[in-house]
Ligand binder design. Structure first.
Ligand code: SF4
Ligand code: SF4
Length: 333
């Protein structure tokens, strides 16, 4: 992580942020700080504060973090989730906290991550959402969910109130062969684990930001169908009960209104798996929104739909009915 700060081209230059990026994102309705680990940027507090000061009301502002931030950053985040922070400015601010399995972190880092989570949730229960990377059917997802539920219960979550955990399948990154991915053939087993966890933790919901591959539900039993509504897809929609999939016009595939990724040099990409396909640079456009509308939807989608799906999608009954074959990045391997 430290490497990001020391490696100039992996960390956005502060002057570039102020002069080139900030004026172009004032009208964006959703802004997420992502990484690497964004809180390690030496000017992170300045960048986040200036972004907040320049946003329009009702913008969504998010910070994706591993929770290993300095106290200085934590203090700023606590002030932003509090009354006098983003709420006063009518900005919907949230921290997305990546919760690791113990095979990917140390006891010390895990404890710090928990401390950060509890501090933010204590200040504002809506100020933080846990995020889980779904990378293997061997991962200890049960312990991850148990730990998160324990934090909510310890903080006194009222009975009947639900909370969402953002889940992010480990998609391929086009051009990076060694990246760990969750193969689509394993989706039904992963879905099975998730259904069991929804039964164990009745206040828990799982939120997918973009696609929700219906094959996740291939191993579900009929009496479990009502649990499906505790899966959220495209960021905010509840997956309808399976009995309604054939009656309703449902599409769980890759969302074409996903946010655009901007790298430290201002180069823009549709989303993380497609970092080898640049759409343009923010300096070529007056506003980021303009670039997103002109380039992202048309160029990205025409590119991705040209690729033929691999198995198991090619012979899947959901393909092109409710699903466009999971994340498009699977088709470019
Ligand atoms: S098309 Fe592929 S990702 Fe979609 S449900 Fe079928 S197997 Fe799963
Ligand atoms: S290609 Fe689609 S499903 Fe994959 S990350 Fe991008 S928006 Fe999400």
């Amino acid at each position: 992580m430290e490497e990001n700060v020391k490696t100039p081209d992996k960390s956005m230059d502060y002057d570039f942020f102020q002069k080139e990026l900030l004026p172009r994102i004032k009208t964006a309705s959703l802004i997420n700080f992502m990484g690497g680990e964004p809180t390690l940027h030496p000017r992170f507090n300045d960048i986040l504060s200036e972004t907040l000061d320049n946003m329009q009301p009702f913008t969504f502002l998010g910070v994706f973090t591993n929770g290993l931030m300095s106290d200085k950053v934590l203090d700023l985040l606590l002030s932003l989730v509090g009354r006098g922070g983003s709420i006063e400015k009518q900005i919907q601010f949230s921290v997305l906290l990546n919760w690791q399995t113990m095979e990917n972190t140390s006891e010390k880092n895990h404890a710090r991550c928990r401390e950060v989570a509890e501090a933010i949730l204590e200040k504002n229960g809506y100020g933080l959402m846990f995020s889980l990377n779904l990378y293997s059917i061997q991962q200890d997802l049960a312990t991850q969910c148990w730990e998160i539920d324990e934090i909510y219960q310890d903080l006194g979550l009222p009975p009947g109130q639900t909370y969402k955990i953002r889940v992010s399948p480990a998609f391929p990154i086009v051009g990076e062969e060694n990246h760990i991915t969750l193969p689509i053939k394993d989706y039904p087993k992963m879905g099975r684990m998730m259904i069991d966890l929804l039964k164990d933790f009745p206040q828990m919901c799982f939120r997918f930001d973009c696609s929700f591959p219906p094959c996740l539900m291939d191993d579900i039993k009929e009496e479990e169908y009502p649990l499906v509504e505790r899966f959220i897809y495209h960021g905010s929609q509840s997956v309808p009960n399976i009995n309604e999939w054939s009656k309703k016009d449902v599409y769980f595939g890759c969302a074409d209104d996903s946010p655009m990724d901007i790298d430290p040099k201002g180069d823009c990409f549709n989303c993380f798996p497609f970092h080898d396909k640049k759409l343009g640079n923010i300096q070529d456009f007056k506003q980021v929104n303009e670039l997103a509308i002109k380039k992202m939807h048309t160029e990205f989608l025409s590119h991705t739909f040209k690729a033929q799906p691999n198995e198991p999608c090619r012979s899947c009954p959901h393909y092109m009915v409710t699903c466009s074959s999971g994340c498009f990045a699977y088709n470019f391997r």
